[in-house]
Design a protein around this ligand. Sequence first.
Ligand code: HEC
Length: 110
Amino acid sequence: MTIRRAILALATPILAILASALPALAQGPNDILPEAPAKALVVRACTACHQAPQVVAKRRAPEDWDAMLGKMLDRGAQLTEAEQDQVYEYLVKYFGAEGAPVGAEAPKGR
Ligand code: HEC
């Protein structure tokens, strides 16, 4: 009985904090990544140690993305070889050296 109370007393504020965090999750940092099949791979393999905006903060030439991917795989990014290709294509396509600065057309207030 008293243990139950203690659990309730602890759980209530935790639930309140979780609930207040939900709206923030709905508009998450991964929104910066364009929708494409490989997006899920990037989210899974590349947002464990840092968030998506850090990953794509800079546009890079194909060889630089290649080198960066190699570095991140060394660090422990989990991707099969086929997935590495997909992630590479994705990054080069959407965050290659050419084009508008990343986030140029992003909505305000982010
Ligand atoms: C095991 C942790 C880990 C994973 C997984 C990971 N990274 Fe990183 N990443 C880091 C660390 C630590 C840094 C900062 C140090 C550095 O720049 O080397 C970083 C930095 C970066 C940077 C910024 C480098 C700069 O100097 O501008 C990019 C871009 C990046 N990571 C891309 C990726 C991509 C793409 C993936 C997925 C394939 C990925 N990371 C997965 C650990 C990780």
